[in-house]
Structures are given as C-alpha cells and as structure tokens.
Design a protein around this ligand. Sequence first.
Ligand code: IMP
Length: 179
Amino acid sequence: MLIKDKHFRPFLDHHQIAQQVARLGSQLNQDYAGKNPLFVAVLNGAFMFAADLMRHITIPSEITFVKFTSYHNLLSTGTVDQIIGFQTDLRDRHVVLVEDIVDTGITMTEILHEIRTFQPASVEICALLLKAEALQREVAVKYVGFEIENKFVVGYGLDYDGHGRNLPGLVILEEETQF
Ligand code: IMP
C-alpha cells in the first residue's frame, strides 16, 4: 500500500488490535476500581486508541486530552513543545497516560515531568505500542498493547507526515529494496 510516497505492508489488523484494547480495558477496570482515574490521552496519535479503550472502561473515570509536538516525518526531533496543556486539576488524581506509541520515550519523559509538577496521587502509562529497542529514556510502560520491532508503523491513529491515521489497522514500512 502506498501512503504518500512510501510503501507499507499489513501489520496488525483491526481485530488483533481490538483484542488487546479489550484486554487493556479490563485490566484497567480491575486496577483502578474505586480510584476514579483520570485518563490523559495524548493527541493526535492516541485519538483512535483512546476512543476504543474508553468504550471498555466501566468504572467511574474521566478523560482529558493533551497535545505536544515531537515528531516530524520519520525521525524524532528530540524536543517536545506543548500545544494543548492540562486543563483538569491533577492534584491527588490517579492519572493514566494514554499514548499511541512509545518510541524513544522522549515525549513520555517530558509529559511525565510536566504531570508530576501537579502532584498527582499516581501516574502510569498505557501505550498501544512499545518499541522497546528504540527507548532512549528509562520509561516504565505498565500497560502495553503490543511490543513491536523498531520499524515505522502507520494507521489506527498513527500517521506518516499526516497521512494514514484513518486506517482501521496498522501497516508497517516496507524495507527499501537495494539495486
Ligand atoms: P518518542 O518521543 O520518540 O517516544 O515518540 C513518540 C511519538 O512519536 C508518538 O506519540 C508518535 O506520534 C510518534 N511516533 C513514534 N514512532 C512512530 C511510528 O512508528 N509511526 C508513527 N508515529 C510514530
């Protein structure tokens, strides 16, 4: 499949993703029962994951959204700018950060730093995808949908230069053939 100017092949279909999202949802329901957790979804990439995950949350909870920029094309810039900030009082709240993917961990490190200044009761990360080999920061991701290899993926909210977020499943970048 061609997305913008690169070829991608199927990676995880919507059914496989839905199974893991349901598993994460029931785990969160158990772990956060009676804690009124505040889910903080990181835009733009987590919009689809967060929407599906929240449909599995049956305990009293709230959701809010934050937006940072850190990624351009296929390479991380290594810096993070805040575009939409925290609008809900985080003090003494049990916060669950909902991310599409943890790659270098730079974005998560920045967000965790920011969140801790508000003195929440606890903070955990729930990421659909974790590129464990790409981690450059020590980030503990407690809830992980899939651990994947260090390759570029698109779909289910994740984009390649703005494209492909609408795909219901995930596709992975094809290796460039050398001639
Ligand atoms: P990190 O700061 O390097 O961990 O990158 C986190 C952000 O980079 C994610 O929220 C995504 O927006 C983006 N990102 C990292 N890997 C990919 C990928 O394979 N496809 C699309 N976006 C990605």
